[in-house]
Write a protein that binds this ligand. Structure first.
Ligand code: IPD
Ligand code: CA
Ligand code: CA
Length: 263
């Protein structure tokens, strides 16, 4: 497992450098939806990561945002990749973006590496061995009251077509917390919960590549992750709440809106 972990760190770092080659130049933007962009950097990063995996572990499956699943559903070892999380920021010259790589074995995430190349911050976790920022152990915050908490969230790309229940939840949460940031990279939001910069994060309609590495990093840093009803989170489901643990019940209560079932 250690070999896979070192490999993931190395490739995330290389992909981050690849993304940086394009950061200060004009971008070639194409559209997956009216506000959902892809740049040349997303594609170059994904190419680099896939090439590295195929060269070293040709028998492994790969689930990557821009090219989908390579290898069958039946393959037990699957790399899950977001080649550039925070594409909209990247395209506008905002330095808040990252590369996210996770390894799933038999449906369990066993390691994650998330590299934020502008700040040169590498967040990582190996299941059962803790979470790290540039090799140093990290822990979630100790904040116990929502009114003292700095939270993070994001909005799905189809929010203009389907604003509810996203906007109601945002409105409810902002009435209870010290502050909320919508910084534009779900993977980094999770890393920031893991190292205590944020106290909690929620979002809906995310994809497996947005959260696969970040969820393990939060859990290994002592945090808690669930859906909006408190059930264990799966990267293949659509709701995520990640907190320092202390705020979890309280945030679940605020996220719960009329008509939701709670078990
Ligand atoms: C997006 C970012 C954003 C979140 C979106 C994601 P992308 O990923 O993580 O913070 O709000 O829902 O899709 O498109 O930049 O890889
Ligand atoms: Ca993403
Ligand atoms: Ca992406």
């Amino acid at each position: 497992m250690e070999d896979f972990y070192q490999f993931a760190l190395e490739v995330a770092h290389k992909a981050g450098e690849e993304v940086m080659r394009f950061f200060f130049k004009p971008h070639q933007i194409s559209y997956k939806g009216e506000i959902n962009l892809v740049t040349e950097a997303d594609l170059a990063s994904e190419r680099l990561i896939k090439k590295s995996i195929c060269a070293k572990y040709p028998q492994h499956a790969i689930l990557a945002e821009e090219s989908g699943l390579k290898g069958g559903e039946e393959i037990d070892i699957r790399w899950i990749i977001d080649p550039l999380d925070g594409t909209t920021n990247f395209a506008h010259g905002l330095p808040w973006f990252c590369v996210s790589i996770a390894l799933e074995i038999k449906k369990e995430i066993v390691l994650g590496a998330i590299y934020s190349p502008v700040l040169k911050e590498m967040f990582s976790a190996l299941k059962g061995h803790g979470a790290f920022l540039n090799g140093k152990p990290i822990k979630v915050s100790q904040t116990q009251k929502l009114i003292k908490a700095l939270l993070a969230t994001g909005f799905p790309y189809d929010v203009q077509q389907h604003p509810e229940p996203v906007m109601t939840r945002f409105h409810r949460m902002i009435m209870h917390a010290r502050g909320i940031r919508r910084a534009g990279s779900a993977a980094l939001d999770l890393c920031y919960v893991a190292c205590g910069r944020f106290d909690g994060f929620w979002e809906e309609r995310l994809h497996p590549w947005d959260t696969a590495a970040g969820v393990l990093i939060v859990q290994e840093a002592g945090g808690k992750v669930s859906d909006f009803t408190g059930r264990p989170y799966s990267i293949y489901e659509k709701e995520i709440l990640a907190t320092n643990g202390f705020l979890h019940e309280n945030m679940l209560r605020v996220l719960q809106i009329d008509g939701d079932r709670r078990e």
